[in-house]
Unconditional design. Structure first.
Length: 341
């Protein structure tokens, strides 16, 4: 009895593990690029493809893998992931769970040539229970993926049979070469966003990349111009400050020169005034000296003394005349100097 309970518990754990969501969060955008990955699938020749009745999807019944063709691309479900390629032998690119087209998700279980273990017990004519596998969030965001009108299904894309001529060593490995060959032989225009992104012409990709590069260069040029303008503005401000400082120094020097000149004029004026006072003082003193001499002359004196004094008045007169001449000479000199200034 205990063994039966143990087996039931183990079975429940295994079943729960089978329905667990993937260990990483699915991509919320179209996850298709040109960085091909190796998924362990190699075909030496072009596989035979058969259309699934009522679906715009082909599958490869003779290929030992979950291999489909839809909307101009090859789709492979392997290791719980979807991979896509424009050629039957890759290179392959992984597509996020949220971006897988609904008609690929609607393919019935019976057309999976290598179904994973958790497909067991599911109805063969119904699509896999992706909501149980990928979680409630995926089920809410892809709501209604399993409800559709079979009569309104789009026509399937034509098979790229031109790829039969490229097998073995002739198979193109470079993605650019694959797109070049496809643009020459395959004119189908895809409907799905993920397919449109994958089949976007290389010229458009180059143009978009060049446009992004030009935008980046333009932003870089604008940034350099902004820095140049800021630098020039700083230089102008520094030049203005330097000119203002020079102007301030010149103004200060001019005021100092004016102050010195004013002081010199005041000193010169004071000196002339002092000289003028001295001359005036001498002029006032000269009449008094002359009157003293005349008084001395008018007084009678003894002969001996008169003889001795005769020379004295004459010398004093000469001295007076000399002082007067010196005064006139200095006065003229001062007047000429003053006029020259």
């Amino acid at each position: 009895m205990k063994k039966s309970y143990l087996m039931i518990a183990i079975s429940m754990i295994l079943v729960q593990g089978c329905y667990t969501a993937p260990p990483y969060e699915p991509s919320s955008r179209v996850a298709v690029g040109y960085s091909g990955v190796n998924i362990g699938i190699h075909y030496s020749t072009y596989p035979d493809l058969v259309r699934i009745p009522g679906y715009p999807v082909y599958y490869a019944p003779r290929v030992d893998s979950n291999f489909f063709f839809y909307d101009g691309l090859y789709w492979v479900f392997r290791s719980d992931n979807w991979y896509v390629s424009g050629w039957y032998n890759g290179p392959w690119d992984r597509v996020g769970y949220y971006d897988v087209p609904v008609y690929i998700l609607r393919v019935p279980v019976r057309y999976y040539r290598q179904p994973p273990p958790y497909f067991r017990g599911w109805h063969a004519d119904a699509p896999p229970r992706w909501g149980d596998r990928w979680g409630r969030d995926w089920e809410q965001r892809r709501s209604g993926w399993d409800r559709w009108d079979h009569r309104a299904a789009p026509a399937p894309a034509p098979l790229p049979t031109y790829q039969r001529n490229y097998s073995g060593d002739r198979y193109p490995r470079a993605v650019e070469q694959q797109h070049t060959i496809r643009s020459e032989y395959y004119r189908y225009q895809p409907r799905e966003p993920v397919t449109q992104q994958y089949f976007r012409p290389r010229v458009q990709q180059d143009q978009q990349r060049q446009q992004e590069q030009r935008q980046q260069e333009q932003r870089e040029q604008e940034r350099r111009q902004q820095e140049q303008r800021q630098l020039e503005q700083q230089q102008r401000q520094q030049e203005q400050q330097r000119q203002q400082e020079q102007q301030r120094q010149l103004e200060q020097q001019r005021r100092q020169d004016q102050q010195r000149q004013l002081e010199q004029r005041q000193q010169e004026q004071q000196r002339r005034q002092d000289q003028q006072r001295q001359l005036e003082q001498q002029r006032r003193q000269e009449p008094q000296q002359q009157r003293d001499l005349e008084r001395q002359r008018s007084q009678p004196e003894s002969r001996g003394k008169a003889k001795d004094d005769k020379a004295a008045p004459q010398g004093q007169v000469q001295k007076y005349k000399g002082s007067q001449q010196e005064y006139e000479r200095r006065r003229k000199e001062y007047e000429e100097r003053y006029q020259n200034r």
